[in-house]
Write a protein that binds this ligand. Structure first.
Ligand code: M6R
Length: 608
């Protein structure tokens, strides 16, 4: 969950590292550090706090050097302290490293090293790694790193400087992402693509167990056994402005605003009124599609809520038996996977540890896996049989917004393809639905224009500390997502329930200090939800309704109505999620919260 960067070349490394860390700060932001090789020694600077604090720290110091590494941390082992911040160094100051991941057997290794007289200044697994390297080192870096890889269990992306080698740095990757950037006369590495975008679009994704040596303009890669390997160079189609705020106060505001464009780009080239084409990374034939009986959708967090929406549309458009689960549960359950099962793993980052483990479980049971992700070079993208990319561009805000929109688009494409090509939907109906889906980006843009109304609602309700979110049918997962957004970025306690469940317990919470946010578009379950609104109102809870244009009845029931355009029931999640994202954003802003980097969270959760 941390971010690592490395650079070697003609530029002053301090600026490159600070800029790189800023672009990685969404991965972790409790402490930051860097190490600079000045040709004869390595200087380490680290702070508790953000990258901006690190920038202030190094401002007055003459850190001259063109080779270095940097780190932004999301604490796993040991508290948020200067000692635990990275980079870490061995006792002789010969090696310095930064680490993303978790080494599971670090306590055993630490015991062994302590029994040999090695002492430790931090509680981290990463210090154990650099001190183990120091013990293993026999004068040959490749041999030593190969041995290091054999001794470590768990996940790690390591970037290592050696005092005796001022010409480059080394990388080792297992379980945590690491991308190399290539340009003439320079070498880069980072946990993710955004730090590389100002310099290059040609990248190499290291594979499991890979070891790399990066020097100005050259890269050598070996597999886990030390055999030289070639890895493909990928051309990134993101540009640097996609990872900038572009005049918005926060990435989240920009990303909410981009959702019409994102949906358009997810659908582009894949959908017409005559069919769905999921592209060259999906390798199914008609026999396979017709043989399917079951579909399992697996994900975490917001991606899981996208799957809950998909469950409803798959049930409506196909005859498949649909099951949805949270990856951290699914991976330990006795799931039944047959040749008639398609398993779908949804992850914005493609690096979420539980989702990857669930995918590996299905593969080990012989199941067919489709990955839906936003990151082409991610672990999920590389491990699945079939791949559907969101094409949402980089999402930097920790709260997922535009990628949720992309996930809905991708999952609806999947549902429509299955319904159409298996013959579950008649072609006329399928074509009509395709048209409805194609129109959605415009509808999304119309809703985004209503941000001012949502802001007014946020101003009225931002003082409450507890919320209950309710919805039924397609609106239930949206209530869950709205509550997650609110608690995640504004630290307001928000629970979501299927509206019909309210009287089975949560109704006990209702009182004038607990507003109910109800997602109640004019759909087949409207009257049912309205009864639940009345029940909440009778307990004197203030009611905020996300309701359709032209619904006059709701005005009599709710204290505040946020209007959304009318649309067909099955498409309502694309529309109704937007005011909930905007509401969370404005409440967080009004409460003075750190919107893009909420406390305790990190964008990609690469630990279990
Ligand atoms: O990268 P993924 O989609 O696998 O991430 C899953 C969750 O960690 C993620 O959706 C998380 O819940 C977000 N912070 C929600 O805004």
């Amino acid at each position: 969950m941390c971010g690592v960067v490395g650079y070697v070349g003609p530029r002053k490394v301090v600026g490159v590292i600070l800029e790189g860390l800023r672009r990685l700060e969404y991965r972790g932001y409790d402490s930051a550090g860097m190490a600079v090789h000045d040709g004869s020694s390595i200087r380490v600077e680290k702070v508790v706090g953000k990258v901006s604090d690190l920038a202030s720290r190094v401002e007055g110091i003459n850190l001259d050097g063109t080779l270095g590494v940097g780190h932004t941390r999301w604490a796993t082992h040991g508290g948020v302290t200067g000692e635990n911040a990275h980079p870490h160094r061995d006792q002789d100051g010969r090696f310095v490293l930064v680490h993303n991941g978790i080494v599971e057997n670090y306590l055993d290794i630490r015991d062994q090293l302590e029994s040999r007289g090695v002492s430790f200044y931090s509680q981290t697994d990463s210090e154990v790694v650099v001190k183990l390297l120091s013990q293993i080192y026999d004068g040959d870096m490749l041999r030593s790193l190969t041995e290091l890889g054999r001794r470590l269990e768990g996940s790690y992306a390591l970037v290592i400087l050696s005092k005796d080698d001022p010409g480059g740095f080394y990388c080792v990757r297992k379980g945590s992402p690491l991308v190399l950037g290539l340009t003439e006369g320079e070498g880069f590495c980072a946990s993710d693509v955004p730090p590389l975008l100002p310099y290059t679009k040609d990248v190499i994704y290291l594979e499991e167990g890979d070891i790399a040596e990066v020097r100005p303009g050259s890269v050598r890669i070996w597999d886990k056994d030390g055999r030289p390997v070639e890895r493909p160079v990928h051309r990134i189609d993101w540009d640097v402005s996609m990872a900038e705020k572009d005049g918005y106060p926060h990435y989240m505001a920009k990303e909410i605003h981009e959702q019409g464009t994102v949906l358009r780009s997810t659908l582009k080239g894949r959908l017409s009124e005559s069919g769905v084409d999921l592209g060259d990374d999906v390798h199914w034939d008609g026999d396979f599609l017709r043989s399917l009986r079951r579909i399992n959708l697996v994900a975490c967090g917001t991606s899981y809520y996208a799957c809950l929406v998909a469950e409803r549309v798959l049930e409506r458009w196909t005859s498949l038996d649909v099951k949805v689960d949270i990856a951290s549960e699914y991976r330990y359950r006795d799931v039944k996977i047959g040749a008639d099962t398609l398993a779908v793993f949804v992850s914005q980052s493609g690096e979420t540890a539980d989702t990857l483990a669930a995918q590996r479980k299905v593969r080990s049971l012989g199941g067919r896996c489709l990955g839906i992700t936003n990151v082409r070079g991610s672990t999920l993208a590389r491990e699945v049989h079939d791949l559907l990319l969101l094409k949402a561009g980089p999402e930097i805000g920790v709260a997922a917004t535009k990628t949720f929109m992309g996930q809905l688009g991708a999952l609806y494409l999947l549902a429509l393809k299955l319904g159409w090509e298996r013959g579950d939907l008649n072609p006329v109906e399928a074509s009509r639905l395709a048209y409805g889906l194609l129109k959605l980006p415009y509808e999304v843009e119309r809703v985004l224009e209503r941000d001012g109304d949502v802001k007014a609602a946020a101003e009225r309700f931002c003082g409450y500390d507890d919320f209950l979110f309710l919805g039924r049918g397609f609106s239930y997962p949206i209530a869950l997502e709205g509550a997650l957004k609110l608690k995640e970025i504004s630290y307001v306690h928000a629970e979501a329930y299927a509206a019909g469940e309210m009287k089975h317990g949560p109704i006990a919470l209702l009182e004038p200090n607990v507003p109910v946010m109800v997602v109640i578009p004019k759909d087949g379950l409207y009257e049912k939800t309205l009864s639940n609104v009345q029940e909440a109102r009778a307990r004197k809870s203030p009611i905020v309704a996300v309701a359709s244009d032209g619904d006059d009845l709701i005005d009599q029931m709710a204290d505040w109505v946020i209007r959304i355009p009318r649309c067909e029931e099955c498409f309502s999640p694309f529309i109704s999620v937007i005011p909930l994202q905007q509401f969370a954003y404005h409440v967080a802003q009004l409460r003075g919260c750190e919107i893009d980097q909420p406390r305790n969270l990190a964008k990609s959760v690469t630990v279990e």
